[in-house]
Ligand binder design. Structure first.
Ligand code: F0G
Length: 316
């Protein structure tokens, strides 16, 4: 393919696209005088919220699915000083609990249910258009979990079109992991049913069985003539290797973007001569284990002969 662009949202301050909405969300929390802020997260939302809350001087509470958050993300929440609660359950349990607690205690909830976060996240869509000189791509492809990003970027593109900034609306392709695919299942049934599942995938960021922004994302897929695709864990890891080996790198969930593009091109849904933008959502170092070759680092005696001997095969 000749016109495939990848936008690396892992290069934001806390290493994921979540910063785009969180800076706006936390600013609003301060503006309205919130006492504290909270979220449930698979790890990136919490890292971002913890960081911006610390900057704003606001107490921060995060609910994580115990044992299912990549170490880099957990370390960020702890280091930035968030009260970090690990729920013995999955993300969907954590999400239900945090909503309940926020309502009861009057804490400001900053999951993508929060409209200001969505408004901030639209910046990704506008920035892509600006960087392409307002020549809209044919496709915008991104990984899909809780569906906040599909909703936000879709809204940005539709508004840019309404405002006359672009000549056509790009089609959105939301890519789910096959083991965490409630949106895909609903899409193939023409959105006549909404399903909840017990999610399972190596891409822990998108291990979500009951996404909160389902309805908004559904409208985006319908209004952009979009598609929802699923990819296996093997396809995600194969795509991650390609992105990593190119010297760019990303976390596993982000690689669903490239795995999805490959699949949609093979199926003829995306044509090879179309212009495509894929979003990489998180930095490689967020998850330093999954899908990374754990070959033994070469240890050598500290003398030049030993090093020469070892490098003999390297230079051949
Ligand atoms: N990619 C990464 C790296 C993510 O962290 C997420 C979501 C997604 C893709 C999917 O985006 O939820 O807007 O559909 N992470 C959330 C979190 C759930 O808590 O960090 P989405």
């Amino acid at each position: 393919m000749e016109r495939l662009f990848l936008k690396h949202e892992g290069e934001n301050p806390t290493g994921s696209f979540k910063d785009r909405g969180m800076t706006v969300g936390v600013s609003m929390a301060r503006y309205i005088g919130a006492r504290a802020v909270a979220c449930a997260s698979t790890g990136n939302t919490s890292a971002s919220l913890a960081s911006y809350a610390a900057q704003a001087g606001l107490p921060c509470l995060v609910f994580l699915p115990a044992g299912h958050v990549a170490p880099g993300k957990l370390a960020q929440s702890l280091a930035y000083g968030a009260t970090t609660i690990q729920v013995a359950g999955d993300f969907d349990d954590a999400m239900r609990l945090v909503e309940r607690v926020c309502n009861e205690l009057g804490i400001y909830l900053l999951n993508s249910l929060n409209p200001y976060r969505v408004e901030g996240q639209k910046a990704i869509g506008f920035e892509i258009l600006q960087q392409l000189d307002w020549q809209a791509p044919d496709w915008l492809v991104l990984p899909a979990g809780n569906l906040g990003n599909t909703s936000a970027i879709g809204k940005a593109l539709l508004q840019a079109h309404q405002l006359g900034l672009i000549g056509h609306v790009p089609r959105i392709a939301s890519i789910q992991a096959a083991g965490a695919n409630p949106f895909y299942r609903s899409f193939v049934k023409g959105f006549t049913e909404r399903e909840h599942i017990q999610a399972q995938t190596v891409a822990t960021a998108i291990k979500i069985g009951d996404p909160v922004s389902f309805t908004r994302a559904r409208h985006v897929i319908e209004q952009t003539q979009g598609v929802v695709e699923e990819v296996s864990d093997e396809e995600i890891l194969a795509a991650k290797t390609v992105i990593d080996r190119s010297g760019i790198g990303c976390e596993p969930a982000s690689a669903a973007t490239l795995a999805g593009i490959r699949k949609l091109v093979e199926r003829g849904v995306i044509k090879r001569d179309e212009r495509i933008v894929g979003i990489l959502t998180g930095h490689l170092l967020k998850d330093s284990q999954t899908g990374i070759p754990q070959q033994q680092a070469m240890v050598v005696e500290a003398n030049v002969d030993a090093v020469r001997k070892m490098l003999h095969s390297f230079m051949r």
